[in-house]
Design a protein. Sequence first.
Length: 227
Amino acid sequence: MWKFKRAIKGIWEYLIAIFSLPHFLTVLCLLISAVISLKISYHYRNEAAFLSSVFSNIFAGLITGIAVCLISGIKNITTYSLEGKIRWLNSVHSDYLKFNQHYREVLQKVGKNDISDEELYDEIYDVLCDGNNIAATIAQSQYDKKLAFNPYKYFLKKLKFDAVEQMKNNNETRDKVMNIDMRTLTHKQLREIFDDMEHSLFTLNAAILSKVKEFEIKQKISNKFIF
């Protein structure tokens, strides 16, 4: 019941947002004017053929204007949505690159004498935070009403990445990090600890790059469209 009420609330807020758009108000005014023109044209069809013809032409022009407004509005909404998704996907991609670079650097420091166990542990924990922040950011995005889409749902449905579930897995990785014995830590052990996180983020990043390429192609086609 709670999920149903939440869905209804979301739909209602979305409709209110659409109805408040200048494009919608313009289309509504044109539609009212078109209906009035049609009624006048029909009313004078026998008494004043010329006047009826004038209002008939006005009706046709208004219908054309409505069509242009709708096409333009749909294009603007699509463009806005695409830009929002591309921006979001690129942001997550950047966060992944940060995580991946830091992770590779830390792997190279395992077993080296030029870094203390305390310093290495702090860096390992920072890598954990870098990876978990990606899932946390996506999970929290579902509560941001300013966004043009729901990134959490989008990542779940389109990219097969459940940020909430991944955060649970990250907690298990965190427990492993907390129990690391820095005196006997090996390169292989550290890779095993981060295996799930690294694999899931690597897979997600590959899907992101594919989607960004797809959206950029759609964006180019849309920009070349006549309307």
